[in-house]
Design a protein around this ligand. Structure first.
Ligand SMILES: C[S@@+](CC[C@H](N)C(=O)[O-])C[C@H]1O[C@@H](n2cnc3c(N)ncnc32)[C@H](O)[C@@H]1O
Length: 449
């Protein structure tokens, strides 16, 4: 395995001149930050809670307004966005309702994204994080814009997600089953709850040795690491120097203690290796390739029916890793509300924005009734319903059906821009849903993934 040694002293990214992206129509950041804030009408809901806000509006106007709100500006712990990808596509729901249009391209698309990213940077807390979900088409351009706005030194990961099963591709190129998530933080000190994947029997096979005395499974790993050190870890241990170009992972006194506890394995040639026990490891640290979060891929997966809806467990991982209970999570391209439901189920407050009527209808229905198995949408252009079914959102309710079957989110406040407020009023909740008690602990993700 190749081992690189960081050069010393380590040069920070900020020491090098920044790389910027030039395109026509790129405005000064000050001009974007000075955009006139939007004004919104409050639309009543049964259990209004200002800590959870859903806006039916153009998101630039909402972000500029939130930038003036001292309760939000600089206090958002996590932003996740899944914006249009510049695909030149019109999206429809599973029930063939028009959802949204992804028609910006080139410089117009870049400036549309940059305006929102600059405001999102302003809204983030100093220890906040942002995840931007994109596909291969624009991810490189947006990476450069994010380096400009968040600082290249605050880039954390370029996550590759497997979004679907292999396709029977007819074009003369490789199948396309990946999309990408850019993860940045606002500073070097950020909320981070390490995520681990539990052991599977296959992964645990790496722990191929068994301690004869205890029966514990372990693997052997080096006791040295790349790079020369002049301190304790560069000194001889048991008469041995670290291999050339390396240093001990621990000071010699600690290595002595580990050896006394039986944690060092000595080869026949007298080379030390460290024993790492399976039962002491909670699992494998999550890496930057995510294979287990495909979007709806079989008939049993629960979905909202909104196009481009993301896997709820993908969002639960991001929310758990980069926020804590009580924090504000923001998604200004909310779609079917996956981020908002994930955040709510984990005891976070949230702010969601979308300007599509179908997205609003979907979110309000989802909050009240949850999702449905994908199979139930097949061949169903108008929903087949029995008289005994729970009524669809906004249908008049018979008295005996006044409780929702599944209430995912029940206490939130609705806002709309003046031009959309009356449309939103015609959609608002018909059920007097009970507020869901939250304790910050994860609820089961049902059969959604
Ligand atoms: C890819 S979808 C998001 C899907 C979402 N992640 C989910 O899991 O359902 C993008 C959403 O952004 C919304 N959108 C696009 N431009 C917008 C804008 N300027 N203001 C508000 N919403 C916008 C669209 O209506 C669409 O619902």
């Amino acid at each position: 395995m190749a081992t690189g040694v960081p050069r010393s002293p380590i040069r920070s990214v900020s020491d090098s001149p920044p790389i910027t992206l030039g395109y026509p129509g790129k405005k000064p950041a000050e001009e974007i930050l000075a955009t006139t804030p939007g004004i919104f009408e409050h639309v009543p809901t049964p259990n209004a809670n200002m800590r959870k806000r859903l806006y039916f509006a153009e998101n630039l106007s909402v972000l500029t307004s939130l930038a003036q709100d001292p309760g939000v500006c600089g206090k958002v712990r996590l932003v996740y966005i899944d914006p249009p990808f510049a695909t030149q596509t019109v999206f429809h729901s599973r029930k063939l309702a028009h959802a949204y249009e992804d028609v910006f391209e080139g410089a117009d698309y870049l400036e549309f994204m940059r305006e929102r990213l600059i405001l999102l940077h302003r809204l983030l807390a100093d220890d906040g994080s942002i995840y931007v979900h994109l596909d291969a088409k624009m991810v490189f351009h947006i990476k450069i814009l994010m380096d400009e706005i968040f600082g290249a030194g605050n880039f954390r990961n370029y996550i590759t997600r497997k979004k679907s099963n292999p396709k029977n591709y007819t074009r003369n190129q490789y199948g396309n089953i990946a999309d990408y998530i850019l993860f940045y933080t606002k500073s070097a000190n950020y909320v981070w709850n390490k995520q681990v994947e539990p052991w599977t029997e296959e992964r645990a096979r790496e722990y191929q040795y068994v301690d004869p005395a205890t029966g514990r499974r372990y693997m052997k790993v080096p006791v040295h690491a790349p790079g020369v050190r002049n301190g304790e870890t560069g000194k001889p241990w048991r008469g041995m120097m670290p291999p050339p170009g390396k240093h001990w992972q621990f000071p010699p006194s600690t290595l002595d203690e580990m050896d006394a506890r039986g944690e060092i394995y000595w080869s026949k040639n007298g080379n030390p290796r460290r024993k790492v026990y399976l039962d002491e490891s909670p699992g494998v640290s999550v890496q930057d390739i995510w294979l287990d979060y495909r979007d709806a891929h079989n008939q049993m997966v629960h979905i909202s029916g909104y196009p481009t809806e993301k896997n709820i467990n993908l969002l639960r991982r991001i929310v758990e890793a980069s926020s804590n209970p009580g924090d504000i999570v923001l998604d200004c391209f909310a779609g079917s509300g996956t981020t908002l439901v994930a955040a709510d189920s984990l005891g976070r407050d949230w702010i969601g924005v979308d300007n599509s009527p179908e997205a609003m209808r979907t979110m309000l229905h989802r909050f009240e009734h949850g999702t449905e198995p994908m199979g139930d949408f097949v061949g169903k252009q108008t929903p087949k319903r029995k008289a005994t079914d729970t009524p669809l959102f906004a249908e008049p309710l018979p008295a005996e059906n006044s409780k929702p079957v599944c209430c995912e989110v029940s206490d939130f406040t609705l806002f709309a821009s003046p031009d959309l407020a009356s449309a939103l009023r015609s959609m608002t909740l018909t059920h007097q849903a009970e507020p869901v008690k939250r304790d910050g602990k994860a609820r089961s993700a049902k059969a959604e993934a």
